[in-house]
Design a protein around this ligand. Structure first.
Ligand SMILES: Cc1ncc(COP(=O)(O)O)c(C=O)c1O
Length: 397
């Protein structure tokens, strides 16, 4: 069978395949520590489940408007106004089957052959593949760990060409946990305005912040910036609702309308029941998320402290999301058995085989120097996993 060329351009999501491997090993009774999962280990709040159950009992189990129900769009518009002072009409909002689906609709609506899309590396794994799927070219902007992965105007300018169509911004960032301050966002906005770029702002981790860090949406920098920005968000991370599959976008009406048409011809509406659940999540008082983030904070501190205590590993303290992204270059080159471990991918495999710990290698995030560990798991698992990684590394020569 001759498949379309685009299918050969992409690879399956490495984070999802590592997570699937961890789950498969656990199902076989293997005592595995999973640092790969990009999802909160907390249960979805009871009030959210109750709203879903009520929706089912009331027969709210049929197709809805393909772009989402008005009630949810109103709740989303209210969230933007309360949190960021941003005002959107419901015609500027699209509800999709998770933020990944939102981004996919966007890529289909916006990118085509000849377009270049700026990605700030390290970046979330799916951006690059979604750009490639739509025949456009990802242009990787390398940020430096030693500068805190900072973005500057000159760095951005050096990557813009006449073909540059858009820039994807992800703050707080998966995988680095970096959050962009106002100055960095202003630099991005200025370059976008000067070169007529669309800004795609993935804010899915906006509520998962530490040490008093405040989230700033780039769209809130002014009406001119907002008019060229698509804000992407969802309920997966903030409300422990990864399985419910509700993401959303807000932005220019023309773009939202095109994305909605694509969705209407592909998936149709996101689950009616999940939409009602998302209304309850967005209308909740925030206590659940605060408690979850306080717990993540303890795990973050422990994981980063333990990683930094391992010779050859150094790890920055993330200010958002729930990932540690340690630099492992000091470990690469060490020998195990007959061969040397020369890459994060080989190191991840070593941890899997020798320590029964699942981590995600840095390569698909654009780094040949890091691995990613999620601390959305119990403190006990953090301790156990780090104990095992440390012991396994001691066996290397
Ligand atoms: C940066 C980022 N954006 C988007 C998503 C997609 O989230 P979902 O499709 O669960 O809403 C994820 C999930 O891991 C992510 O890390």
């Amino acid at each position: 069978m001759r498949l379309a060329a685009r299918a050969g351009r992409i690879t399956p999501s490495p984070t999802l395949s590592m997570t699937a491997m961890a789950k498969a090993m656990a199902a076989q009774g293997i005592d595995v520590v999973d640092f790969a999962s990009g999802e909160p280990d907390f249960d979805t709040p009871e009030a959210v489940k109750a709203a879903a159950a009520a929706a089912m009992r009331a027969g709210f189990t049929k197709y809805t408007a393909p772009s989402g129900i008005e009630e949810l769009k109103h709740a989303i518009a209210k969230k933007f106004e309360t949190d960021q002072g941003l005002r959107y009409d419901t015609s500027q909002i699209l509800v999709s089957c998770g933020a990944k689906h939102t981004l996919y609709n966007l890529a289909e609506a916006l990118f085509e052959a000849g377009d270049e899309v700026l990605l700030l590396s390290p970046f979330w794994v799916s951006y690059q593949d979604q750009v490639l799927l739509n025949d456009a070219k990802p242009v990787i902007i390398q940020t430096r760990e030693d500068d805190g992965y900072a973005i500057t105007r000159s760095l951005l300018e050096s990557c813009v060409t006449s073909r540059t169509k858009a820039i994807i911004v992800n703050s707080p960032c998966n995988p680095t946990g970096t959050t962009y301050d106002r100055a960095m966002l202003e630099a991005i906005a200025e370059v976008a305005l000067r070169h007529d770029l669309v800004i795609i702002s993935d804010e899915i981790y906006e509520k998962i912040l530490y040490d008093g860090t405040q989230h700033i949406s780039i769209a809130s920098l002014g009406p001119e910036v907002a008019s060229r920005t698509l804000v992407v968000n969802g309920v997966s991370k903030a409300y422990a609702m990864t399985g419910w599959r509700i993401g959303y976008a807000a932005g220019p009406k023309e773009l939202i309308t095109a994305m909605a048409s694509i969705q209407s011809q592909s998936t149709s509406n996101p689950s009616s029941i999940s939409q009602k659940a998302a209304v309850a999540a967005l209308q909740s008082d925030g206590t659940f998320t605060q408690q979850m983030v306080a717990e993540f904070d303890c795990r973050r501190r422990l994981m980063v402290e333990r990683l930094n205590a391992i010779p050859g590993i150094r790890c920055r303290m993330p200010s958002g999301a729930f990932y540690a992204f340690p630099n492992v270059t000091g470990v690469l080159g060490r020998r195990h058995g007959t061969g040397a471990i020369t890459s994060p991918a080989e190191l991840a495999n070593f941890f899997l085989q020798e320590a029964r710990v699942v981590v995600v290698p840095g390569e698909p995030f654009g780094s040949c120097s890091h691995i990613r560990l999620s601390y959305a798991t119990s403190l006990e698992a953090v301790r156990r996993g780090l104990d095992r990684m440390e012991a396994a590394l001691k066996s290397l020569r």
